[in-house]
Design a protein around this ligand. Sequence first.
Ligand code: COD
Length: 300
Amino acid sequence: MGFTELRAQAKKAAPQGLAVAWAADPTVLKACQKALVEGLIGHVALTGPERAISQAAEQAGLDLSNWTIKAASSPGESAYQAVELVRSGECAILMKGKLNTADLLRAVLHKERGLRGSSLLSHIAVIELADGRLTTLTDGAMNIRPDLEQKVAILDNAIRFAWSIGLAKPKVAVLAAVETVNPKMQETVDAAALAQMGARGQFSREAVVDGPLAFDNAFSKEAAAHKGISSPVAGEVDIFLVPEITAGNILYKAFTYAAGFKTAGLILGAQCPIVLTSRADGEESKLNSIALAALAAREG
Ligand code: COD
């Protein structure tokens, strides 16, 4: 299953409203328009600087006369307005426009006016590999240096998400630089604990968790065999769990830019799915991310 099939699945969900924070970006507007035409969403509400949004719409060749626009003069204000559109029930999906990730996430995390859920919020990237199969990577965009407890929550979010998009009993590789536990490398100790938790059924849905694994042996069955590593996830990984944001962000961008794979991104664990791609990501990546959010919104 690739993004084409996912988009087809997402069309079957009842179309929901999408709120965009700081929407003055032609690529974002075009992705929203396509999502409307494809029936992935029912309506769009934009927040941000009105003049710049009109200019972006002109650049994109779009007529926004039927779209709701809420004026905001700063990215922070715009983020709170978009969050409020979800809190009021007007929209069921939030999307990052042309603002810093941290500005949007601070509004989402606000204790009284935000969208915190019952679990830790985390980012998941979805990647379509060369053979057309989807895999995921977490967390390369939100949690900076998660401890073991936070990694458990990040992995649990990812496992539930994988099931929701049809990756049943997902295979998880907990990444490190080596395959053996080295007490001087905390990520290898955490990986071994997570693998044992998987074996004991400690996540909220079933998954096969292995680690520590270096990326080559997780990604390639041949590399693992060559090194004499026997792993039930080698070459078939559905979830790559990275030790911290920098490793994850570099790997995510290497998938996009060096390998040329299609990618999409979401924040999980909030009161609604949040479309979170890089500002440089193209229209297709943003559209695929909206489709994922529509599917996740259906799951509730
Ligand atoms: N889930 C739930 N609650 C959280 C989370 C989370 N992931 N992170 C923080 N909180 C809560 C804390 O418990 C606390 O109550 C409050 O939010 C504030 O926490 P701080 O002090 O850590 O918050 P900030 O504002 O300093 O940092 C939160 C950010 C998400 C902004 C920060 O973690 C961050 O900058 N992440 C990286 C974002 C980024 O730049 N990504 C770039 C790639 S696109």
